[in-house]
Design a protein around this ligand. Structure first.
Ligand code: C2E
Ligand code: CA
Ligand code: CA
Ligand code: CA
Length: 275
């Protein structure tokens, strides 16, 4: 018994070491990507339910030539503080891309970027965003930001203030991952947001025929607060139909498109997903 106990301890120790090494490796990969500008944004279309046309794109971060997922590297970027320079790169790259598409004569479609809570503790965030928009001559209404409710965990009033300043510029704000965490409808009343994004897990929970009515009521309530609703993770045509009937204003998911490269985006700007 003693022996197996010791083995188990060793095994646990090895696992911890592995985890630790993974972390160091990812941190190194992030530093290297920053140095070499090896980050890349993919874009996933968000479809307007009513018309079937693309209403905006969500920018999603990748490391070039590396398949670690953001689910893995974003938390490490946050822990190490690397999310600050990485986040600035994301803001600049997205705005630059909007200006390139405009120059090429595409109809203007907003791009949303994800912001980590940590980025709101950077006192220069608002100035940085407004300067980048100005530098590239991009209308602020073409930039959207996605935040999670964790953003409000600390310094709630300061955060609200920053968001209001961004809104005053014309930047649109979405609450991401609604339905995970502690999100209560009560929350929605104080946050200066324009949209909520229903998390895939919430959609999955209420998509069944017996419960889709509850989804409809939830969406009606959110509309009552003057907020738009985006459904994430739509993978099947039946989900599309049900979420449409439930009143979701926008839909996003593999059914329409995975996140794709900028050059692929150019081919779908005017695509209609209901034809
Ligand atoms: P998120 O903001 O909730 O982004 C949606 C995630 O769902 C993306 O994963 C997207 O590829 C995936 N997705 C889209 N449609 C479907 C679908 O139909 N089915 C399924 N199963 N998944 C779908 P991704 O790109 O791996 O990003 C994961 C998370 O990493 C994001 O979740 C976001 O929290 C974070 N992230 C990504 N890029 C950035 C960034 O630039 N900055 C920050 N702070 N976080 C980022
Ligand atoms: Ca998001
Ligand atoms: Ca989300
Ligand atoms: Ca998510």
């Amino acid at each position: 018994a003693k022996k197996s106990g010791k083995n188990r301890y060793l095994f646990f120790d090895e696992k911890m070491k592995e985890k630790f090494n993974d972390k160091i490796n990812i941190e190194n990969a992030l530093r290297k990507a920053l140095r070499n500008e090896d980050f890349l944004l993919l874009y996933q279309p968000i479809i307007e339910t009513r018309t079937g046309y693309i209403s905006s794109f969500e920018a999603l971060l990748r490391i070039r030539g590396n398949d670690i997922s953001p689910e893995e590297f974003i938390p490490i970027a946050e822990e190490t503080g690397l999310i600050l320079p990485i986040g600035k790169w994301v803001i600049k790259e997205a705005v630059k891309q909007i200006s390139i598409w405009a120059e090429k004569g595409h109809r203007p479609l907003p791009v949303s970027i994800n912001l980590s809570p940590r980025q709101f503790y950077d006192a220069s965030l608002v100035e940085y965003i407004s300067k980048i928009l100005e530098d590239y001559g991009v209308d602020p209404s073409l930039l959207e930001i996605e935040i999670t409710e964790n953003t409000f965990a600390e310094k709630k009033h300061e955060i609200i203030n920053i968001l209001n300043r961004l809104k005053a510029l014309g930047v649109v704000i979405s609450l991401d991952d609604f339905g995970t965490g502690y999100s209560s409808l009560n929350y929605l009343t104080f946050m200066p947001i324009d949209k909520i994004k229903l998390d895939k897990s919430l959609k999955d929970k209420f998509i069944e025929l017996e419960s889709i009515k509850i989804m409809g009521r939830l969406i009606a309530l959110v509309h009552g607060l003057n907020l738009k609703v985006v459904t994430e993770g739509v993978e099947e045509i039946e989900e599309f139909k049900r979420m449409k009937r439930a009143g979701s204003d926008y839909l996003q998911g593999y059914l329409f498109s995975k996140p794709i490269k900028q050059e692929e985006v150019e081919k779908i700007f005017n695509k209609n997903y209901m034809d």
